[in-house]
Design a binder for this molecule. Structure first.
Ligand SMILES: C[S@@+](CC[C@H](N)C(=O)[O-])C[C@H]1O[C@@H](n2cnc3c(N)ncnc32)[C@H](O)[C@@H]1O
Length: 259
């Protein structure tokens, strides 16, 4: 394959031009996602994008969130509330931020991601595996918990992901899922829209890959409404399903206990 800077003309185009949807046609707040890739096109584009941005992924995260992501991750791990020594799968672990936090709390993380580039950039001491979060190479009910940071909107579909999480987590195990969100307050939403939609792509473009950071704000449209996500988790056998808004609603934390 010819190597070129960025995520490649064809894949970049799949983020930038209409593709049409075979699933997931309506995202957050019923917004149309017909102009974003879906199915296999989405999977390939996402994998290629993260392979490309991996080396500077952590730097861009810190800069574009003014380090707020550090606090969000801490909160996600605190809410997991599992005893020392618990085995926790960090799904779509990327460069391992949550894995490092889990290990620091005395838990035993195993990180899984489908992007080899992200795994190669990870500086962690725990086991890592290249795997699809929608088809985990893990037996039923063997892990105490699952974490997942900022990846829900990147999956081909959310329902099979929740089903896999429900399959591998033992009864009374805990899950803690972080995602971006859009503030409900109209003024904050407007300001956030300008920052996320206009400023973040510039920062990301300067520090990393322009097409990837143009996709980032648009990818929020893949997320189903909060009610749908919570109902879906409950339908897959989770209880105490809770959604907490972070930093005026620009991020969200979903926690639940396996029934
Ligand atoms: C925005 S990054 C988040 C990385 C990390 N969790 C964090 O909090 O920084 C999204 C990650 O999801 C991964 N990903 C997307 N789809 C996946 C899938 N089906 N299975 C496993 N990983 C996936 C990407 O490769 C990427 O590393």
């Amino acid at each position: 394959m010819t190597r070129r800077r960025g995520i490649g003309r064809k894949l970049a185009a799949s983020f930038d031009r209409p593709v049409g949807g075979d699933s997931y046609d309506r995202g957050m707040a019923g917004r149309d996602v017909d102009d974003l890739p879906t199915g296999d096109t989405k999977v390939k584009a996402v994998q290629s994008m993260f392979d490309t941005i991996a080396p500077r992924y952590d730097l861009v995260n810190r800069v574009m969130t003014f380090r707020m992501d550090v606090g969000w991750r801490r909160r996600a791990l605190r809410e997991l509330d599992l005893p020392h020594g618990s085995v926790v799968l960090d799904l779509a672990c990327g460069t391992g931020d949550l894995c490092r936090g889990l290990a620091g709390l005395g838990l035993r993380p195993v990180g899984m991601d489908m992007s080899y580039g992200m795994l190669a950039a990870a500086t962690v001491t725990n086991p890592l595996a290249q795997a699809d979060a929608l088809q985990l190479p893990v037996a039923d009910g063997v892990v105490d918990g699952v974490t997942c940071g900022f990846a829900l909107r990147n999956f081909r579909e959310l329902d099979p992901f929740f089903a896999e999480v429900a399959r591998v987590v033992r009864p009374a195990g805990r899950i803690s899922l972080l995602e971006v969100a859009e503030p409900a307050n109209p003024v904050l939403r407007w300001g956030h829209g300008i920052y996320f939609g206009k400023v973040v792509p510039v920062i990301g473009g300067l520090l990393s890959d322009p097409a990837a950071y143009r996709y980032l704000p648009r990818s929020v449209a893949y997320l189903p409404s909060p009610d749908e996500m919570l109902a879906n988790l409950a339908g897959h056998g989770f209880e105490n399903v809770q959604r907490t808004l972070l930093s005026t609603g620009i991020a969200q934390l979903i926690t639940a206990t396996r029934s």
